[in-house]
Design a protein. Structure first.
Length: 159
């Protein structure tokens, strides 16, 4: 059974997002070993400068990199990443399942990910050209992974 880990920065603040994430995390348990690591987002002023944002991303990157298993296939969620269909993601997860058996998705803070984290990952993935709040992205990605695992199992969830 594949191991899937989500490393995210920032807590889910709204209860509806926490409930949605919890539901998909529960569902994932039937398909994989699932782990979630939520790291604290660095505090920034209301109107941070570019250098303040860079400094915060660098501090967050140290915490993120410490959570990445060297063995895992690491995927950075970022706007410049490759977009995939649900079927293509399912094939990718299946291929990873048959090689390393371990996958780690990384979602940064509202300011994204430091370049060191992106370089440490094996792939950059984007779910859409649309912009989503990073907290909502966690729920969207959980559903996408759940759907991909259902496709691989041949269930009726994906129509």
């Amino acid at each position: 059974m594949i191991s899937i880990k989500f490393v995210t920065v920032g807590n889910l603040k709204e209860s509806y997002l926490r409930e949605a994430a919890a539901e998909y995390e529960k569902r994932l348990g039937g398909f994989c070993h699932y782990e979630s690591v939520c790291l604290k987002e660095e505090k920034l002023p209301d109107s941070p400068s570019a250098s303040e944002i860079d400094s915060a991303l660098k501090k967050e990157s140290v915490k993120i990199l410490a959570e990445l298993s060297p063995r895992a296939y690491k995927i950075a969620m970022c706007v410049e990443g490759k977009q995939m269909s649900s079927e293509a993601l399912a094939k990718k997860i299946d291929a990873i399942s048959n090689t390393t058996g371990e996958i780690c998705f990384v979602i940064g803070s509202s300011h994204g990910l430091d370049e060191t984290v992106k370089r440490a990952c094996d792939m950059r993935l984007s779910v859409s050209e649309l912009t989503f709040p990073h907290q909502l992205m966690r729920v969207i990605l959980l559903e996408a992974v759940y759907r991909a695992l259902n496709i691989n199992k041949g269930t009726k969830y994906h129509k």
